[in-house]
Design a protein around this ligand. Structure first.
Ligand SMILES: [Fe+2]
Ligand SMILES: [Fe+2]
Length: 278
């Protein structure tokens, strides 16, 4: 039986994590998911994550949380990053930066899955080399773990394609986050790695990457700084579902997932039927 996992793209603000809470238990059921990974770097009011939101995500069915360039926006998250087993920092931050480089989590079918993330360096703040860091992580992971998932949090599509090709056949999936816009290039690379430049954003889509359009527009046109509040409308969950052979770690299929508000009620009911106590 293939293992099926979902990577949820950048969760933005309260509309984003509330939507995940509402639909994920039903989604796990409908899509027969064995594992859910979520990028939550924008979950707390659009920047960073709080311990409380982290635990809420775990309670509704997220198994592992990845972050990104907004990881250190909130100091209160640092103890969580240091102690909790199911959240990773981008592994190409320096060793002094709080958090673990990788996590091994158990899927519903019992398969152990390694999760790590890396930051790109094009149009982003410089960090350690993602390619060399990928080698270091692969050399460090327990040998018996066959299913390995990389969340490559980067801006440039070329960088993401390069990472897919670089790790093809050595990891189960290289999936991109950070741009908040899903790309239509999902594919299985020749040696069996699932790849997609970006799985998209989970949050309000009547927005500029999740923020209020008027505020971003004003600042862009006038150069006057404003606070970019998280927008509210047209909330969607974007991510991708990958099927993997748990014996070999090779990916078998990848499919983009978009859940819109129109589907949310039905999924919520399905989730309540599965977990009546929640
Ligand atoms: Fe980011
Ligand atoms: Fe983001």
């Amino acid at each position: 039986m293939p293992l099926r996992f979902l990577l949820i793209g950048d969760i933005v603000g309260k509309p984003g994590y509330r939507f995940v809470e509402r639909v994920l238990p039903g989604l796990r059921q409908r899509e027969r998911l064995d594992l859910v990974i979520a990028n939550a770097e924008n979950a707390a009011a659009g920047a960073g994550l709080t311990p409380k939101i982290y635990h809420r995500l775990l309670e509704v069915g997220v198994d592992c949380v990845t972050m990104g360039d907004h990881i250190y926006r909130r100091n209160e998250l640092n103890p969580t990053l240091e102690k909790e087993p199911c959240i990773v920092k981008p592994a190409n931050y320096p060793p002094e930066a709080p958090g673990r480089d990788w996590a091994v989590v158990s899927a519903a079918d019992g398969t152990r899955v390694a999760v790590f993330s890396l930051l790109g360096r094009v149009f982003m703040r410089p960090v350690d080399c993602p390619w060399k860091t990928a080698e270091r992580i692969l050399a460090t992971l327990p040998e018996d773990v066959r299913v390995i998932v990389l969340d490559f949090h980067a801006e440039a599509t070329s960088d993401k394609q390069l990472m897919g090709r670089y790790l093809d056949g050595r990891v189960s999936a290289v999936l991109g986050t950070h741009t908040h816009v899903p790309t239509a290039d999902e594919q299985i690379l020749p040696r069996g790695t699932a790849f997609q430049c970006d799985v998209g954003m989970t949050g309000p889509h009547e927005s500029i990457l999740g923020r209020e359009i008027s505020q971003v527009m004003t600042t862009t046109l006038t150069f006057r700084p404003t606070i970019f509040h998280v927008a509210e409308n047209d909330v969607r969950l974007h991510g991708s579902i990958v099927e993997v052979d748990p014996q070999t770690g090779r990916a078998l299929s990848i499919r983009r997932l978009a859940v819109q508000e129109a589907e949310a009620d039905e999924l919520e009911k399905l989730g309540q039927a599965v977990t009546p106590s929640s």
